[in-house]
Design a protein around this ligand. Structure first.
Ligand SMILES: Cc1cc2nc3c(=O)[nH]c(=O)nc-3n(C[C@H](O)[C@H](O)[C@H](O)COP(=O)(O)OP(=O)(O)OC[C@H]3O[C@@H](n4cnc5c(N)ncnc54)[C@H](O)[C@@H]3O)c2cc1C
Length: 303
């Protein structure tokens, strides 16, 4: 792999956290994934800009990640550089009384608490989604009738040449689990979020209510990536999978959750290969029995 040593030296010189040959299973909520050549946690937008430009010049493959809660990483790991957009992008403040500026590395739960502390309503839906703010925009994460599309005013990003730019809500082309970043591959570094003044106690009560729904319905005690499949038009993936008799179906350490059939859980030692085989099996059975083609929501990373 070209350029790895140079990029490692440059990242260290810029004061970024650098790890070599680190197992991705330590950084994904699925607890799955082989080693990545180099993991860099950039400490600033300037450092990320310089490093992305260098990767482009050296033709070194780049993978961006946030909290790793929607990733399925190959057992062979990742060749190239993984940029983990986390602590270096942790800005969280009010721009004005209804607008929050939030770094891409801020956990959604922290963002939701910040909004509720300032009596700002609109983000309650996101409480309990375990990703970071950047990953939430990339995925247009949503739940319980809300989605990032409803609250994002604009984003800042760095393109692969290292240039900083912005997109407004319209330019983000946000739709169900989709944003323009899935096509252009830019690194999201921050977002501006528009909320409404509300009642602090009511906001907190709504967040608690939605968190309780998650605790009751989702297998939060086992490693997973949340819902594996997108919601097909007019029905729910979990209901289809259950109707097809696949509840509890297991391949290796990967199992269709008995609590929520839309989740695949790692019941111990699951490999990426186990999960991929289980996904293919579920898709084939659901297609055969219901004629619905399930599409993955989880992002697979493999070389
Ligand atoms: C228990 C559980 C429950 C969940 N519930 C929900 C739910 O209710 N609704 C929902 O929508 N999702 C849910 N998810 C899935 C996941 O939390 C969301 O998709 C979340 O938005 C992913 O954020 P992340 O920071 O973990 O991103 P990652 O998993 O790290 O990355 C996901 C994708 O985003 C890209 N990406 C991440 N950060 C950046 C960045 N800064 N710049 C550019 N690209 C980036 C990555 O390249 C990757 O393609 C759940 C997951 C789990 C484990």
């Amino acid at each position: 792999m070209t350029g790895l040593k140079e990029i490692e030296d440059k990242a260290r010189g810029l004061g970024c956290k650098v790890l070599k040959d680190v197992p991705m299973s330590l950084y994904t909520s699925f607890k799955i994934g082989g080693p990545c050549d180099l993991m860099v946690s950039p400490n600033s937008a300037e450092a990320l800009s310089q490093l992305l430009r260098m990767c482009r010049e050296m033709e070194t493959p780049v993978i961006l990640m946030g909290n790793g809660t929607n990733l399925l990483v190959s057992d062979k790991g990742i060749r190239g550089v993984v940029f983990r957009i986390c602590d270096g992008f942790s800005e969280l403040c009010l721009k004005d009384e209804n607008t929050v500026i939030c770094g891409a590395g801020v956990p959604l739960s922290k963002l939701c608490h910040f909004a509720s502390k300032h009596s700002l309503s609109g983000l309650e839906f996101a409480y309990g989604i375990p990703g970071f703010a950047g990953g939430a925009v990339y995925m247009n994460a949503g739940a319980y009738g809300g989605e990032m599309k409803d609250v994002v005013i604009k984003t800042r990003h760095i393109d692969m040449d290292g240039n900083i730019g912005e997109f407004t809500n319209d330019e983000l082309s946000l739709s169900y689990r989709h944003s323009v970043y899935q096509e252009n591959g830019y690194a999201i570094i921050s977002l501006e979020i528009g909320l409404q003044k509300g009642n602090r106690e009511e906001i907190k009560a709504k967040m608690d209510e939605l968190m309780n729904c998650r605790i009751t319905k989702q297998p939060l005690d086992l490693p997973s990536c949340g819902s594996v499949f997108k919601r097909p038009v007019g029905c729910y993936a979990a209901a289809l999978i259950e109707e097809c008799g696949l509840k509890g179906y297991t391949i290796g350490g990967a199992q269709v959750s008995v609590k929520h059939c839309g989740f695949i859980v790692n019941i111990g030692g699951a490999t990426c290969s186990d999960v991929l085989k289980l996904i293919e099996h579920i898709k084939a059975v659901v297609k055969e029995k219901t004629n619905v083609e399930l599409e993955c929501e989880v992002k697979y990373i493999g070389n």
